[in-house]
Design a protein around this ligand. Structure first.
Ligand code: SAM
Length: 342
């Protein structure tokens, strides 16, 4: 389950196009804990806190701490409870203090997003108005955030710290080897993500997608790779560097969609549940969260259960089928990535 804490971001990546404001009626801390608790009772075990930029949310550490009782077997439902709480961030605001506080609050894993290793590439991919020097300043902060995360105990060797990079053809594909080198040097698993057609305003075109197989081919030509496959319900296919310098992963949601075993539920910062990253609408859970408890009527857990059991989203597979048959009709409106929580 991915829980977005804000739709706002401190970067303006043109492939994501985050909102400058939050939706009205953000969930409260109590409502977020209640929601994750209901999801845990239904069997969701892994939680990822995201956004927008989740470090913009001042109550992040308090939330992580308040979620700790949901770990382990839940007496009320007999479910196994939460097994993992992770965070996806651009790292810009991950100071040494915040990394330490998040670890102390009980955060298990951090994924930091970075799409280039030089000022020009970072500025371009992050939509920074200030050009190369602004890109260098962001890059310095993100690299420092990796150090802070390591120092706080998020150990890349056991997967507690990973790096995400979106690769778009003609925009930052020349950063593939530099990003792989940076991750190898730091012992961090790099996850390369195909540019996806999430949202309506990022100008996505099929020819902007550099297929994951091509990314792997280019990196493998420099540092030979051994395939490890994709775990059931996982988004990433993983590879091992033959020289022992760690792992590489690719998320091929355009070129090799995995809708068939996707088990992700996304909840927006204002409590709307989406069963697909490419959905155009979701189910607002606030009425159940804010309704006075009564004996009659469906519970929050019941509403989530029926949403889940009725889901039939397979947009990425449909897009791939239409592209290969030349009958593209899936120009549907999508919710925006930063609102949904990537
Ligand atoms: N702000 C945080 C961050 O940068 O990691 C969390 C939210 S962001 C939406 C989560 C991830 O989605 C990031 O790694 C980002 O690069 C990725 N992302 C955003 N838009 C995307 C797109 N159109 N295609 C592929 N990945 C995308």
């Amino acid at each position: 389950m991915r829980l977005s804490l804000t739709a706002r971001c401190n970067l303006a990546c043109p492939y994501c196009c985050p909102d400058s404001h939050d939706p009205p009626e953000l969930l409260t801390l109590t409502e977020r804990v209640q929601l994750v608790g209901a999801a845990a009772d239904l069997g969701f075990g892994r939680l990822r806190l995201t956004g927008g930029e989740p470090l913009l949310h001042r109550g992040l550490e308090e939330l992580v701490s308040a979620l700790q009782p949901l770990r382990g077997p839940q007496a009320s439902s007999g479910s196994p409870g939460l097994s993992e709480i992770a965070l996806t961030t651009n790292g810009v605001l991950l100071s040494a203090q915040r990394a330490h506080d998040l670890r102390a609050a009980g955060l298990d894993r951090i994924t930091v997003s970075l799409d280039g290793t030089d000022g020009a590439s970072v500025a371009r991919m992050a939509g920074l108005a200030g050009g190369v020097s602004a890109g260098e300043a962001v890059l310095d902060k993100v690299l420092a955030s990796l150090d802070h995360a390591c120092d706080a105990g998020f150990d890349p060797a056991n997967g507690a710290l990973k790096l995400n990079a979106v690769i778009a053809r003609g925009r930052n594909e020349h950063q593939l080897l530099p990003l792989a080198e940076l991750a190898r040097q730091r012992g961090i698993e790099l996850r390369l993500i195909e540019f996806m057609d999430v949202g309506n305003r990022n100008g996505w075109q099929p020819d902007l997608v550099l297929p994951a197989a091509e990314m792997v081919r280019r990196i493998g030509a420099r540092w030979p790779l051994v395939p490890l496959g994709r775990q059931a319900h996982g988004t990433a296919s993983r590879w091992r560097y033959r020289d022992g310098a760690g792992h590489l992963a690719v998320v091929a949601s355009i070129s090799a969609p995995f809708c068939g075993d996707c088990d992700r539920l996304r909840i927006t910062a204002d409590g709307v549940a989406y069963t697909c990253l490419f959905a155009s609408s979701g189910l607002d859970l606030k009425p159940w969260l804010r309704r006075a408890p009564s004996a009659a009527g469906e519970t929050l857990g019941g509403a989530m259960r029926s949403l889940w059991s009725q889901r039939h989203d397979r947009y990425s597979e449909e897009r791939a089928e239409e592209q290969s048959s030349g009958t593209v009709t899936t120009q549907r409106s999508h919710a925006e990535m930063a609102y949904l929580g990537g």
